[in-house]
Design a protein around this ligand. Structure first.
Ligand code: FAD
Length: 558
């Protein structure tokens, strides 16, 4: 034996090949069915095009943008204040692709066409699998339109730019750009969920000191925000108090006269995950802003934006689950242990099938809510359902994601814990959708508030469930439980999590029973409603049709 041959210690074997260039739309049966079922199928060509990008170039870019976190540049070398955030080129490329393909603007580019929000939800679902950090500015840009529409003059100037396709990171006045990004500032140090505890103030500008010709009342804002994501946006919707109460404002980065607005970044947050996204703390040192919506009605105004960002939290978590599942399926298809591929080991099949079931149910609920949002403007039933189901879905789908991603990670064994692959990043990201845009308890309390103040939401919810009555015995039993769950009003608040969980499960069951695959629907009802399941994934009954559940989830060849 030569000396060199002695150092050939081993051959690399029994490892999965790299998973590259998967069309994330073409290969995802549950996603395609959900998009079509909920009326977004006409966007299929756009979804297929973005599915190829998201599963190819965007995946590589996502890894780079997260390895190279944004850096705060407060000053230039001469000491001038900059208040800029420097991003890796991969970040800008992801933003450019996302914006060009409509992750922010698609629904507004196709405004009025039924299913536009559903198709756009599909684009966001694809994008988020490759990079989660950029999903933050993209979703806020998408969602701001709901608040801006309160001010027709502002909306006329801003909405076409928010829907624009040419990402432009250069700092210049908003109306000098063709495409804009917009963020949101609500949370302060002394109160996030409880925004009425805000102390930031807005002072109306006297006639002579107004700038620009926007035509709306102009203010100066003094105060701070403790969480202020995407501080490189062109503008933010911000809450501040006037004498009339808490009010919503649009504060641009550059004022219409071309000077820099007085929004000072204090520092960037050092976060568990979400690394490609910059989240900052800021002070408003007399920042120029225009009022959006009536004075004193700021919470109601910004909540219209938040309703859409909450939908996007659901999309984000459902899409994280899907990508984690794809990784788990790919690994177990190629890795053998104890004489069989992992995907053929009976206990692993139980885990994978259970994850597939959960992922499909999360996707089905998400796209049903997207349809309700989509139809809200013209259909009161759908508007009432959207009001309630957004909170239900935001609570449940986002809560399911961290344990799900951990289980998928475990399917890869040690490799799932190592930064060479995408699972650690997915795992770090997984808790976030549950925390921001109103944390879990806030969603549950919001469900109770909607039910008590807007009785039409209860009617819409039970009508939706009623349409699946008689399709499954477990489901029918669950309807009985839910009908009685609200009787003891004295204990509703303390029971809210349990109630909302079961409302979510029943809604998922109804959607699957009416329009989904029969095996998926029946297994879902037996396990999630019938109690035939343990507390962790991988505890489906022995008689489960594992082959169908796994077969639907395995990425299909394009
Ligand atoms: C990475 C990141 C980026 C963010 N970006 C932004 C941004 O761009 N703009 C922005 O405005 N905000 C942003 N946020 C803030 C986020 O929306 C808030 O952190 C969140 O809404 C919770 O508010 P809080 O942190 O003040 O917690 P608190 O309001 O103090 O809540 C703490 C806990 O108490 C619970 N709770 C509150 N009230 C009740 C109650 N009555 N009963 C039971 N439980 C209750 C909550 O559910 C939560 O679990 C961001 C947060 C993160 C982590």
């Amino acid at each position: 034996m030569t000396v060199a041959a002695q150092f050939l210690t081993h051959t690399v074997d029994n490892q999965a090949p790299p998973l590259r260039n998967v069309n994330l739309y073409a290969s995802d049966v549950a996603l395609r069915e959900a998009v079509t079922r909920e009326g977004g199928g006409w966007g299929e060509a756009d979804l297929l095009a973005y599915g190829a990008i998201a599963g190819g170039e965007l995946m590589e870019l996502g890894a780079s943008a997260n390895e190279n976190k944004p850096k705060l540049k407060l000053f230039d070398r001469y000491g001038h204040r900059l208040d800029e955030v420097e991003f890796h080129p991969a970040y800008h490329r992801i933003m450019a692709l996302g914006i060009a393909h409509g992750v922010a603007g698609y629904a507004w580019r196709h405004a009025g066409r039924a299913g536009a929000h559903v198709a756009r939800a599909g684009l966001a679902f694809l994008h988020n699998q490759a990079d989660q950090g950029t999903s933050c500015p993209l979703t806020m840009t998408y969602a701001c339109v709901a608040a801006l529409q309160h001010e027709p003059a502002l909306a006329q100037a801003w909405v076409p730019r928010v829907a624009g396709a040419d990402y432009d990171p250069v700092v210049r006045p908003a109306l000098a750009k063709t495409t804009l990004t917009v963020g949101m500032g609500m949370t302060e140090k002394q109160g996030g969920s409880d925004v009425r505890a805000n102390t930031t103030k807005a002072y109306v500008l006297a006639e002579g000191s107004r700038i620009g010709d926007a035509g709306n009342e102009q203010f100066e804002i003094v105060g701070h925000k403790w969480f202020f994501s995407a501080p490189m946006c062109d503008a933010w919707l911000v809450l501040a108090y006037t004498d009339a109460g808490i009010t919503c404002f649009l504060a641009p980065k550059m004022k219409p006269d071309g000077t820099r607005n007085a929004i000072r970044i204090q520092r960037l947050k050092d976060k568990l995950g979400d690394w490609s996204n910059a989240s900052s703390e800021v002070e408003f040192q007399g920042a120029w802003a225009e009022r959006v919506g009536p004075e004193g009605r700021g919470i109601a105004t910004i909540l219209e934006m938040v309703a859409l960002t909450r939908l996007d939290c659901m999309i984000g978590s459902a899409s994280l689950m899907r990508q984690a599942l794809v990784q788990a399926l790919h690994h177990t298809q190629h890795r053998a242990a104890f004489g069989k591929k992992l995907i053929d080991q009976p206990l692993m099949r139980n885990v994978l099938a259970d994850l597939a079931l959960e992922s499909e149910a999360a996707t089905a609920l998400t796209f049903r809510v997207a349809r309700a949002v989509d139809a809200s403007a013209t259909d009161p039933h759908e508007a009432a359902l959207a009001r309630l189901a957004t909170a239900i879905g935001k609570y449940w789908v986002c809560k399911r994601a961290p344990a799900f991603v951990n289980e998928a990670q475990e399917c890869l064994g040690g490799a799932g814990y190592v930064e060479d692959g995408p699972l650690p990043r997915l795992y770090r990201q997984a808790p976030l959708n549950s925390i921001w845009e109103g944390s879990g308890n806030i969603q549950c309390l919001d469900v109770l508030r909607a039910l008590s103040r807007e009785p039409e939401t209860r009617e819409a919810y039970f009508l939706e469930l009623g349409s699946a009555r008689g399709l499954n015995a477990e489901f029918d039993r669950e309807l009985g439980w839910l009908a009685a769950a609200f009787e003891d009003t004295a204990t509703l608040e303390v029971r809210a999590r349990r109630i909302v969980e079961r409302m979510a499960l029943a809604l998922q069951a109804a959607i699957l029973l009416k329009g989904g695959n029969a095996v998926v629907a029946e297994t879902f009802c037996a396990t999630r409603l019938g109690g035939a399941q343990g507390l962790v994934y991988g505890t489906l009954l022995a008689e489960t049709d594992f082959a169908t559940l796994i077969g639907r989830a395995v990425p299909q060849a394009a």
